[in-house]
Write a protein that binds this ligand. Structure first.
Ligand SMILES: Nc1nc2c(ncn2[C@@H]2O[C@H](COP(=O)(O)OP(=O)(O)OP(=O)(O)O)[C@@H](O)[C@H]2O)c(=O)[nH]1
Ligand SMILES: [Mg+2]
Length: 463
């Protein structure tokens, strides 16, 4: 595979970064950059010993178990240790306390007996529900959305990624200021005093108003900053479009193996980790189809069920890479207990960002560990899908072949003799054209084939 960008040299760097990331988790305190703004306390939420709680309103027992298993994985990705998980079956969630009020006492007992410091509820809770639960249980309570935002905050690496996550967090926080007021002051107390402070008095209305104003100002700043970054990104995209290099975007559920596939196809050396949301920054590399045509391949942030709306909004500019691609490689973890659920969730997000109409090639990954019955069922549902293993390399050649077939084809026929001093044009022909015949003659390189219109224009004088 070719790559004209820094490739394997990046690999170690990425791994160091992983070590740094873990090291960072153990360091308490705030970065100077963020010091004077109250919402950083929210970002510094330390989720350490947690109890998971979910309300199971519909679907089978297996669905409920899968959802809980995912919440556990998310919590662990955020750096917490899961001490217990409690599921309640009810027809609807309780408007005041999410779980039924009788259950709240039970959760409190579990929290006390296990020594947990945080309760994480599956789903997105109202501010009042969070506040009521905190008051009655006596520890910090967060919801799945807050948890996902926390993971994104830990993983964001580029300036753009950080700004996007911060904006999503602030929007989330702004809607919950009343409910989180107590928390904020508690966290602030915790920062100053180096711990606890549970049950500390909440801030008065004035503090909340000040917080709200500061958040508003910060959001406006971030929005401007993101708009500037978007201009740079757009310029790069325009440059690619001008050269009409076909583009492929890798999308899929988090942990499906998107980065592994990019590495396998291009030797990109992108961080691969058995954790959710290892990738937040899109990486673009060049690759070649089986007949040598160049295309770009972009790795993207993974999707998850009920991806917080604020995050989709914040990541919209990044996700646009997928909207504008010529082809989406939809990577599916065929070894997951519920691949169909993941496929549906991915398609929902694709719909939200306006990418529902981009041609899609389904890639059933992790074939080396997938259950054969599951693989058969998936193949029956998606007969066009390619079965691969990014780990062993199985199916990769077939995948390249299919990418080649699905990419837009150059369509203008040419029959030209390119003089030897125009080696640059011969290079482009090799990279972009579908070559029928190519021979070296006395006057230059004789090529018969098909190219895209822009190259056809440049070759016109050599007919
Ligand atoms: N057995 C097996 N494991 C794989 C395969 N492909 C990826 N994995 C593993 O799956 C995990 C996730 O891989 P990544 O490539 O980081 O997945 P991703 O889709 O980029 O994940 P995020 O960026 O976190 O959304 C890693 O532990 C990989 O080693 C495969 O074909 N077979
Ligand atoms: Mg990844």
């Amino acid at each position: 595979m070719t790559s004209d960008t820094p490739d394997l040299a990046d690999y170690d760097g990425d791994q160091d970064e992983l070590a740094d990331r873990h090291a960072l988790r153990r360091v308490a305190g705030l970065s100077t950059e963020l010091q004077d703004i109250s919402e950083v306390e929210y970002r510094q939420l330390r989720l350490e010993r947690v109890v998971l709680v979910s309300v199971w309103t519909s679907g089978s027992q297996v669905d409920a178990d899968n959802a809980m298993a995912e919440l556990k994985l998310l919590s662990e990705t955020a750096g917490s240790q899961v001490l217990a998980a409690l599921v309640q079956r009810r027809s609807t969630v309780d408007p005041a306390t999410y779980i039924g009020s009788g259950k709240v006492a039970e959760v409190k007992e579990v929290v006390e007996s296990t020594g947990a410091d945080t309760v994480i509820c599956d789903g997105e809770l109202e501010a009042a529900q969070l506040r009521n639960l905190e008051d009655r249980i006596g520890v910090k309570v967060i919801d799945r959305t807050g948890l996902i935002l926390d993971i994104f905050a830990q993983h964001a690496k580029s300036a753009e990624g950080k700004a996007q996550v911060e904006m999503a967090q602030l929007q989330y926080l702004r809607q919950r200021l009343r409910g989180w007021g107590g928390n904020l002051s508690r966290q602030a107390g915790g920062r100053a005093a180096g711990g606890a402070g549970i049950g500390g008095r909440g801030p008065g209305e004035t503090k909340i108003e000040t917080d709200r104003r500061r958040i508003g100002t910060r959001i406006a700043q971030l929005r401007r900053k993101l708009r500037d970054m978007e201009v740079t990104r757009e310029a790069k995209r325009a440059e690619r479009r001008r050269h009409e290099v076909p583009s492929v975007a890798i999308v899929g559920y988090t942990n499906a193996g998107k980065s592994s596939l990019l590495n396998r196809l291009t030797g990109a050396g992108v961080l691969v980790e058995n954790a959710l949301f290892a990738t937040l920054d899109p990486t673009t590399r060049r690759s070649e189809t089986s007949d040598g045509r160049v295309f770009t391949l972009t790795d993207t942030v993974g999707f998850v069920r009920h991806l917080p709306h604020d995050l989709v909004e914040a990541f919209r500019s990044t996700l646009e890479e997928s909207v504008e691609a010529d082809l989406l490689l939809h990577v599916v973890d065929a070894s997951d207990p519920d691949p169909q659920g993941q496929i549906d969730a991915v398609r929902t997000v694709l719909g939200e960002i306006g990418a529902a109409d981009v041609p899609e090639l389904m890639v059933l990954n992790k074939a080396d560990v997938a259950d054969s019955t599951m693989l058969m069922a998936l193949r029956a549902n998606y007969p066009e899908a390619v079965v691969v293993s990014a780990r062993t390399g199985r199916g990769i050649d077939a995948l390249l072949q299919r990418i080649d077939e699905r990419l837009p084809r150059p369509e203008v026929p040419i029959d030209v003799v390119i003089p030897y001093e125009r080696g640059d044009l011969v290079d482009r022909v090799h990279k972009e054209a579908l070559i029928g015949e190519l021979e070296h003659t006395e006057h230059g390189t004789h090529v018969v084939g098909r190219v895209r219109p822009d190259l056809a224009d440049e070759l016109a004088r050599y007919v």
